[in-house]
Write a protein that binds this ligand. Structure first.
Ligand SMILES: C[S@@+](CC[C@H](N)C(=O)[O-])C[C@H]1O[C@@H](n2cnc3c(N)ncnc32)[C@H](O)[C@@H]1O
Length: 99
């Protein structure tokens, strides 16, 4: 077995058994990274109801999901990515290079 396929297997195993991957699936988040933003926001309160923000490099969209929830209907979330991203309620997506 090559080093590469060994590490791919290890990555797959870790991913499949990862607690936050399971939680993200259960909670409907597109990636486990959602919990990182929730944790940051718990501490620093960066996003509140009414916040207007841009999510630079947003795909697949888990931070945008969290941001839209936290900003609420009085806030606004603009998501930008060079890749396509499936639509999210409360998020305006712009595809392109944010530079
Ligand atoms: C790690 S992913 C972001 C994951 C996202 N925060 C989430 O929670 O789902 C980084 C993203 O940045 C995008 N990206 C990197 N450089 C970019 C650029 N110059 N313009 C637009 N998108 C960019 C990539 O296409 C990629 O989808």
């Amino acid at each position: 077995m090559s080093v590469r396929s060994k590490s791919s297997k290890a990555w797959l195993n870790e991913h499949v058994n990862d607690h936050y991957v399971h939680l993200a699936q259960k909670d409907g988040y597109r990636a486990r990274a959602a919990y990182k933003l929730l944790e940051i926001n718990e501490k620093d309160k960066l996003i509140r109801p009414g916040t207007v923000l841009a999510d630079l490099g947003s795909a697949p969209g888990s931070w945008s999901q969290v941001a839209a929830q936290l900003a609420g209907s009085s806030g606004q979330v603009f998501a930008l990515d060079i890749l396509p991203m499936d639509a999210l309620e409360g998020v305006s997506f712009i595809q392109g290079d944010f530079r």
